[in-house]
Design a protein around this ligand. Structure first.
Ligand SMILES: Nc1nc2c(c(=O)[nH]1)N[C@H]1C(S)=C(S)[C@@H](COP(=O)(O)OP(=O)(O)OC[C@H]3O[C@@H](n4cnc5c(N)ncnc54)[C@H](O)[C@@H]3O)O[C@H]1N2
Ligand code: MOO
Ligand code: MG
Length: 402
């Protein structure tokens, strides 16, 4: 059976996400909006800064008086601090002014105090020539009334919230967060804190997945562990489908007899996507149960991390109307020789060392320590054998997970 290329799978996932019914919106205060997706564009209703102001602590003057200020100095007719409204500047004088204070009408230039001196007549004298217009931050330098500051679909970052605050916005309309159910499948799984019996391992995927979803600010329905039993799997999926916008599972999607998740979806739900040319993560599954989308991730812990950041996160963002969903990918020199061309695009857990990308340890899909030691993913495209010094694509976790 041929494997689907990752780009094609991503395209299908994004189309699938966009075809889901629109989510509602909610009004939130600025400090509750971090990481949320803006539901409508925002236009500025004021200029920022609202008036010409000084970029320096110093003296404001009119450029016509620069020569006089250099030769004999100018009298100081007023003192303007930030937060005050100045009187018009008396012609032939200057104003003491501080950073962020409004420029008085009649002034167009500021000199920083280090380049001035008060001469014996208490006049402000320039110590060096001054360019007309220097050190003035003009009205609207940052934002002009009526301009669009953010587009609908923007995932709000700290600097976006600062920008919105700067135009006086206290509340905004964001897309309501998705409700995502998370279930681990496998009879071998126990929760940390419980004793391990023979053949059992701890459920690590639950914590990886919930952490990844929390970082996206979503509402999480923690469904714990599903046993490898079709009957119980059906019943649990039915209950989760009634509450969630998406069900994410890990495990049980390969071809083993106990891998009943794929089987249940095929029999009683739907499977749209299965078997990708990606390592780790080959049996990645997109389907639905009772009309609710289900993303079945492979059980191997590294496959969970890789497929989440490359495929699930873009789905989640697009489902919420997000526009910028592609992970950041940087072209950086390889610090290694790759020995063999593979059949699947391989995403290695990797880190940066002296400006080069290197794998961060054992790349078996069951190994998490190399994921913990990694700062990102490194792509070895199918069929390629990159050599030391050649450019490779590195996808930093900070870009992927933030
Ligand atoms: N005959 C074949 N066997 C397998 C194939 C194949 O093509 N033919 N593909 C392999 C690949 S690639 C992957 S990836 C895995 C995917 O398997 P499943 O999604 O069915 O996952 P499981 O079999 O349930 O588990 C795989 C592995 O991961 C461990 N696991 C599962 N859940 C958790 C969890 N919550 N926390 C920690 N570890 C977990 C599980 O114990 C297994 O070791 O299939 C290959 N096999
Ligand atoms: O796709 Mo699997 O994750 O290679 O082991
Ligand atoms: Mg299996």
């Amino acid at each position: 059976m041929s494997l689907m290329p990752v780009e094609q799978a991503l395209q299908l996932l994004l189309e699938h996400a966009a075809s889901q019914p629109a989510l509602g919106t909610e009004q939130v205060s600025l400090n509750a909006a971090l990481g949320r997706i803006l539901a409508e564009p925002v236009e500025a209703t004021l200029d920022v800064p609202p008036w010409d102001n000084s970029a320096m602590d110093g003296y404001a003057l009119h450029s016509a008086d620069i020569a006089t200020a250099l030769e004999q100095g100018l009298p100081i007719s007023q003192r303007i601090t930030a937060g005050t409204a100045p009187a018009p500047l008396q012609p032939g004088t200057c104003a003491r002014i501080f950073t962020g204070a409004p420029l008085p009408e009649g002034a167009d230039t500021v000199e920083m105090q280090e380049n001035t001196q008060l001469n014996s007549n208490a006049l402000m004298q320039l110590l060096q020539p001054l360019t007309p217009g220097a050190n003035v931050r003009p009205r609207g330098q940052d934002i002009c009334v009526g301009s669009r500051v953010l587009e609908a679909g923007t995932r709000l970052r700290a600097q976006d919230l600062g920008l919105l605050a700067s135009i006086g916005i206290a509340e905004l309309k964001v897309v309501r967060p998705l409700r995502v159910a998370v279930a681990s499948t496998g009879d071998e799984l126990r929760e940390p804190g419980e004793p391990l019996g023979p053949g059992q391992i701890y459920n690590s995927n639950r914590y990886t997945l919930i952490g990844l979803l929390q970082a996206l600010g979503l509402v999480i329905i923690d469904a714990g562990i599903l046993p490898d039993d079709p009957e119980q799997t059906r019943a649990r999926l039915r209950a989760l489908a009634a509450q969630a916008d998406l069900i994410i599972t890990s495990g049980g999607v390969s071809v083993g007899e106990a891998d009943c998740l794929g089987q249940v979806l095929r029999e009683q739900g739907q499977v749209n996507l299965w078997k990708l040319a990606i390592k780790p993560g080959k049996p990645f599954t997109l389907g639905s149960f009772d009309g609710t989308p289900v993303i079945g991730l492979p059980g191997n812990p590294a496959a969970v991390l890789v497929t989440f950041v490359l495929l699930v996160k873009p789905w989640l963002l697009r489902r919420q109307g997000g526009t910028d969903v592609a992970p950041l990918s940087l072209s950086l020199p390889a610090g290694f020789d790759w020995p063999r061309a593979g059949k699947r695009d391989e995403y290695l857990r990797a880190r940066l060392e002296a400006g080069q990308v290197v794998p961060s340890g054992n790349q078996s899909s069951g190994v998490l320590s190399s994921a913990s030691q990694a700062s990102g993913l490194l792509l070895i495209p199918a069929g390629q054998t990159p050599r030391r010094g050649e450019a490779v694509q590195f996808l930093p976790f900070s870009g992927l997970l933030g």
